[in-house]
Design a protein around this ligand. Structure first.
Ligand SMILES: NC(=O)c1ccc[n+]([C@@H]2O[C@H](COP(=O)([O-])OP(=O)(O)OC[C@H]3O[C@@H](n4cnc5c(N)ncnc54)[C@H](OP(=O)(O)O)[C@@H]3O)[C@@H](O)[C@H]2O)c1
Length: 283
């Protein structure tokens, strides 16, 4: 993909702050038509205004949806597909950490629902629009936090034992890398997918976590990357990763080796199948 045959269209989830916002701004500055998704209409409005003003690109829009809900994710996916029958880039980025175990209105553990089900559901809905582009990419924002995580296929939603927010976050980020792998095996030659770690970045990440965690994250973020630096890595992968490396994992814009667990095709496939079954239950 070169970056000067505009306008091409990118959909970015979690566009109202942090890495998603900075990536939206980066793409708008390159002349892309940017379509963002997040929950808050007021933050979305602000995102469109600021990105338009700072990029000089009027082709920036926002759609509100709670991507932790499968039905809502399917609905926004269908709506975007109808509005934009050709999509060149999807960046699955909306994610978070939850220090207490909660469930969504659909009964899924919230970290799992937002960080993993949201990625697979939105991607599934947008595949026809991505397939309509001459060349399309799907970038999944995962995390180096996946290192050390071991997935229990019979406990994807952290029901067994004591809930530990960081551990469940790690599990869902491992799922992002495995999802990328299983997705790559299913895509036609015109489409590629990549997983990535954006770096440790000063964002709103963890801002709704319980007090000791929130303070710790805030303190650590004093030495973290700026979102604009992280976005450069995201854009390097989105625009320049070689097609032959579809399915692979990048760390701050460079090809990297994910954990041994993240390289297991059997696990990637089993996770894909279980996830599809869970999504189908909701329909
Ligand atoms: N920050 C880091 O150091 C770091 C490191 C590795 C990986 N990551 C990954 O980077 C991604 C982005 O995180 P960030 O650090 O940029 O965090 P952030 O500043 O908290 O941004 C999260 C974005 O997701 C949106 N969002 C949250 N819940 C949502 C929901 N239920 N439905 C739709 N949108 C939702 C938020 O907007 P609304 O609140 O308006 O919905 C916001 O735009 C995540 O996947 C995270 O796991 C971050």
């Amino acid at each position: 993909m070169s970056e000067n045959t505009t306008p091409r269209l990118a959909i970015i989830s979690g566009c109202t702050s942090g890495i998603g916002f900075a990536t939206a701004l980066g793409l708008a500055r390159l002349g892309w038509h940017v379509v963002g998704i997040a929950r808050s209409p007021s933050r979305g409005q602000r995102m469109t205004e600021v990105v338009r003003a700072q990029s000089g690109n009027p082709h920036v829009s926002f759609h509100a949806a709670d991507l932790s809900l499968v039905r809502e994710t399917q609905a926004i996916g269908r709506r975007l597909r109808a509005l934009y029958p050709q999509v060149d880039l999807l960046i699955n980025n909306a994610g978070g950490i939850f220090t207490k175990r909660t469930e969504t209105a659909e009964g899924f553990e919230t970290t799992f629902a937002l960080n993993h089900l949201g990625y697979q559901t939105l991607t599934g809905e947008l595949i026809p629009a991505l397939a309509a582009a001459p060349a399309a990419r799907i970038v999944n924002v995962a995390s180096a936090a996946h290192h050390g995580a071991i997935l229990q296929l019979d406990d994807l939603q952290a029901m067994q034992g004591r809930y530990h927010g960081w551990r469940q976050y790690q599990h869902t980020k491992l799922m992002n890398v495995l999802f990328t792998r299983a997705l790559a095996a299913r895509l036609p030659a015109t489409m590629q997918t990549y997983g990535l770690h954006p770096g440790f970045v000063a964002t709103q990440f963890g801002s709704s976590a319980a007090a000791p965690w929130r303070w710790l994250l805030r303190a650590m973020m004093l030495v973290a990357l700026r979102p604009a630096d992280a976005a450069r890595g995201v854009l390097t992968v989105a625009l320049h990763a070689p097609p032959a490396l579809s399915g692979s994992y990048y760390d701050r814009g460079r090809l990297a080796t994910p954990s041994p667990e993240a390289q297991r095709d059997d696990l990637a496939e089993a996770l894909w199948q279980q996830t599809e079954a869970l999504i189908a239950q909701v329909i």
